[in-house]
Design a protein around this ligand. Structure first.
Ligand code: HEC
Ligand code: HEC
Length: 343
């Protein structure tokens, strides 16, 4: 009798474990086997943000991921961060040249890809936000993006018991406040590192370039590397690369300086395969057309970068070699990494 009772309890526990009948899957910390630790890739500079005051944990990361994919951060519960930053396109948005927010509104800038954010020294095309933890508030409150208030977001999250439990798992108590919201989102998006391209494999001695890619790499180093510096393929500076002038004054919008007019943050050239259309306003559709811009479309103005004053000279053969090299910068792993997917 005693034995069969023990057997019954044993089986009950076994079944419960197998079917996970005790908890909501959203409350499960991500599998202990799924490593979320932040590793600085070999030969890369130290990141600008190192999670020192925001310890990266599986619970914090899982909470940040849930928030990133949650439409409740927007006024009418229709738009999530992920609506404009989709994993399959390197967390950029490709179906609209400029961002597409609540009530079908279009913004005036292209949603940038999100990866290697821990190395960024400022955020947005004009560098308007200078700390990664302050960044998430901007889209929440932006009238053409999510148009929501922070008190409303916090009230909506508070009304959901499972969120309170997740904040407790991540931060020790159930309290939901703006600072915790920001820190959790940063644990998720700041941990997205893209370093598994063919270029990275070549640098690590695990692959080699084809002759065309190698020739393209040499051209890249001669003509592009001053701004799109390796290994992140940007130096995070603000430059005017001669795009046609529009009402968007770029960096000057933040600094008010005439000398900053039409300067934009140099974007990374990693993952271009996924992130078209290109430039701050999504006005160039293909890499071929980007190179045409540098070869013959540079618009002269007083803030044009001196290195582009005479355009960039490339033969047709150079162009295709350069594109072959740029294609080695695509990372096909992180766009399907399950850790970054909606769970
Ligand atoms: C409606 C579309 C939209 C939504 C929703 C949205 N973003 Fe963005 N995101 C953009 C656009 C557009 C930019 C560039 C803005 C600019 O340069 O002025 C941007 C820029 C960023 C950047 C800066 C990247 C860089 O290279 O400087 C980060 C980080 C980011 N968004 C994260 C988020 C997070 C987190 C959320 C949710 C809280 C979010 N976004 C919601 C469209 C969106
Ligand atoms: C003087 C600095 C500078 C040089 C040199 C330069 N670029 Fe750029 N590049 C920029 C800036 C700034 C932008 C963003 C401009 C904008 O959004 O309006 C940009 C944007 C791009 C983009 C669009 C990326 C995206 O995500 O939207 C590509 C592709 C690109 N450059 C490729 C190149 C190539 C290839 C070369 C060399 C042939 C090169 N660039 C040389 C500064 C430079």
């Amino acid at each position: 009798m005693k034995n069969s009772f023990s057997l019954f309890i044993f089986l009950l526990v076994l079944v419960c474990n197998l079917w996970s009948c005790h908890t909501d899957p959203l409350l499960q910390p991500i599998s202990k086997n799924t490593d979320i630790s932040f590793v600085q890739p070999t030969n890369w500079p130290a990141p600008n943000y190192n999670f020192q005051n925001n310890t990266l944990t599986p619970d914090g990361f899982a909470l940040g991921r849930r928030l990133f994919y949650d439409t409740r951060l927007s006024i009418d519960n229709t738009v999530a961060c992920a609506s404009c930053h989709e994993q399959s396109t390197a967390f950029a948005q490709i179906d609209h040249p400029t961002s597409h927010g609540v009530r079908n509104q279009l913004g005036n800038r292209n949603s940038p890809a999100l990866f290697n954010l821990a190395w960024h020294t400022s955020f947005f095309w004009d560098g308007g936000v200078n700390h990664i933890e302050n960044q998430p508030i901007a889209p929440i409150m932006n009238p053409v993006e999510m148009d929501e208030s922070l008190p409303n977001v916090i009230a909506k999250l508070n009304a959901d018991l499972s969120y309170r439990q997740q904040f407790k798992n991540a931060f020790g108590t159930e309290e939901i406040n703006t600072q915790r919201l920001q820190k959790a989102i940063v644990q998720f998006m700041g941990a997205i590192v893209s370093n598994q391209s063919k270029y990275d494999q070549v640098k690590n001695g695990k692959a080699s370039f084809t002759a065309d890619e190698q020739a393209g790499y040499v051209l890249f180093q001669q003509k592009c590397n001053t701004c799109h510096a390796e290994p992140l393929f940007t130096d995070f500076s603000f430059r005017n690369n001669g795009m046609p002038i529009t009402l968007d004054s770029g960096r000057a919008h933040i600094t008010g300086l005439a000398s900053d007019r039409f300067k934009f943050k140099v974007p990374s050239l990693r993952n271009l395969y996924f992130t078209k259309p290109y430039m701050h306003n999504g006005s160039i559709a293909t890499l071929d057309a980007v190179l045409d811009h540098y070869m013959s479309g540079i618009v002269q103005s007083s803030t044009l970068d001196p290195s582009l004053q005479n355009q960039i000279t490339l033969s047709a053969a150079d162009k295709s070699k350069l594109i072959a090299f740029l294609n080695t910068l695509n990372d096909y792993e992180f766009v399907k990494d399950v850790r970054f997917k909606k769970q």
